[in-house]
Design a protein around this ligand. Structure first.
Ligand code: ATP
Ligand code: MG
Length: 438
């Protein structure tokens, strides 16, 4: 049997190895078997380092996770129904430099379990069982490998389904033909991994996907699970390509029956990727929901009512709902307005873009054809949006005006004057205010 301990020592940072050995030692002390599984093992064999640890325990995972969380001072969330737990921890100093600013350490702990499907596509019920049975319930061969981390057999590589071979052959393959019937969200996952690694969905697997789509298996799937997998796809580095692949495999039916793509969608996706890249470097704040801008391109062919149907069906967060409403209200008119060929005052640009959510602004930026229009949007996002007034409501009161809608109107006029560069100091703001009050 293959042992990958040397490979781990070579490829993984020493501090991460120390953590893995600690988990193994604690498992020894508790008298349970412990394995690394899933994406972590796949990435290890693929030559990448992942800090999302998937740990499988041959025993009580929740009890073990609590102990481990205690030891490393992490927070633990348990899911009794599934016998699983997640430990999350702000990046600890002892783990060295984080892969990205703001990275967290995440350890999933599960019990080797047997999932019997009460009815197809329902959530699995859980019963303890062996490692092989657990691995046989996983989505793809490349995600169904395991590495033992107990001291005695540290690094022992377990691969019942030829995951290593498939990784080498660059293919995404399910473990059995009913896989997508058991869990149709795997159809989304197949595309996600295929596109991420530039692999190919293996030909039988593709036939199984078609079969599951034909059987309308998605009617039996929880919409929230579909939503989560969809969001994961749209969060990958190149979602455009993945969206086309989803269309090819008829996955759009899972989202909305009338979902389709506009003829120029490919161009829009490419343009959007560039705009988002610009957005990331041009501005310090990091609050753009990038996945949502890609989703907006996907929804282009739906009517307003249909977009609302999607919103309701997938129970998106309030934040997302607000942004999609803004998209519904402004998606068509804004691109046209901002592309006007005649010269535009900065305050006119401001007036057009101010009511929009930032994601809709970036979507618009990707949609407009002329460089001039793109420049206007950039100007808004980097300069105009930030202009603020020095005067406040009490300065208007000082002019003897009663509180009311006129306040807002006066402030707006002073602001526009400032945006247009006609005034800058507080004194000038007050002088201009006095002038328009008269
Ligand atoms: P990523 O790098 O995107 O996190 P991952 O493989 O770690 O990829 P996760 O969604 O984190 O994916 O899931 C962890 C593991 O759990 C997977 O590798 C897979 O073995 C298993 N898994 C997750 N979702 C499913 C599913 N729907 N059906 C079967 N197994 C699944
Ligand atoms: Mg993962």
């Amino acid at each position: 049997m293959l042992n990958v301990a040397d490979k781990m020592d070579k490829n993984l940072p020493g501090k991460l190895m120390a953590l893995i050995r600690l988990i193994g030692k604690m498992a020894d002390e508790s008298g349970v078997g412990a394995f690394l599984v899933g994406g972590f093992v796949r990435d290890l064999l693929h030559g990448a380092v992942s800090y999302d640890l998937d740990v499988m325990i041959e025993g009580d995972a929740i009890r073990f996770a609590k102990k481990l969380a205690d030891k490393i001072s992490g927070k633990v969330v348990t899911y009794k129904k599934f016998g699983t737990a997640v430990i999350v921890k702000k990046w600890p100093k002892w783990l060295g430099v984080p892969p990205r600013a703001g990275s967290k350490l995440k350890i999933d702990v599960a019990s080797a379990r047997k999932e019997t499907y009460e009815k197809p596509a329902a959530l699995p019920t859980v019963r303890f069982s062996s490692l092989k049975e657990d691995l046989s319930r996983r989505d793809f061969t490349i995600n169904a490998m395991a590495v033992n981390i107990n001291k005695k057999d540290f690094g022992l590589f377990i691969d019942f389904f030829d995951g290593k071979k498939d990784l080498k052959r660059s293919i995404i393959r399910v473990l059995h033909k009913k896989s997508f019937v058991d869990d149709p969200t795997r159809i989304f996952r197949a595309v996600r991994f295929e596109q991420r690694f530039n692999f190919k969905i293996e030909k039988h697997t593709k036939i199984f996907i078609k079969h599951a789509v034909k059987q309308k298996m998605f009617h039996h799937t929880q919409n929230q699970r579909i939503r989560d997998e969809l969001m994961l796809i749209l969060r990958e580095p190149h979602p455009g390509k993945a969206v086309f692949r989803m269309k090819e495999l008829h996955e759009f039916k899972f989202i909305h029956p009338s979902l389709s793509l506009k003829k120029d969608a490919k161009k829009t996706f490419n343009s959007l990727t560039k705009c988002l890249k610009w957005d990331r470097t041009a501005r310090a704040e990091d609050t753009t929901d990038e996945w949502l801008t890609y989703f907006m391109v996907m929804l282009e062919k739906l009517s307003k009512d249909e977009v609302c149907e999607v919103l309701k069906k997938f129970v998106f967060t309030r934040r997302t709902a607000v942004k999609l409403k803004s998209y519904n209200d402004f998606r068509v008119s804004t691109a046209r307005k901002i592309s006007r060929s005649a010269k535009m005052r900065p305050s006119e640009i401001y007036a057009i873009l101010k009511p929009l959510e930032r994601e809709v602004i970036l979507y618009t930026m990707a949609k407009v054809k002329s460089e001039k229009a793109k420049r206007r949007v950039k100007k808004y996002l980097t300069e105009l949006e930030r202009v603020t007034l020095k005067i406040k409501g009490h300065d208007i009161a000082a002019e003897g005006i009663k509180r009311g809608p006129r306040y807002t109107e006066l402030l707006r006029r002073v602001l526009y004057k400032k945006i247009d560069g006609k005034i800058t100091t507080k004194r000038e703001e007050i002088l201009y205010l006095k002038k328009i009050v008269k």
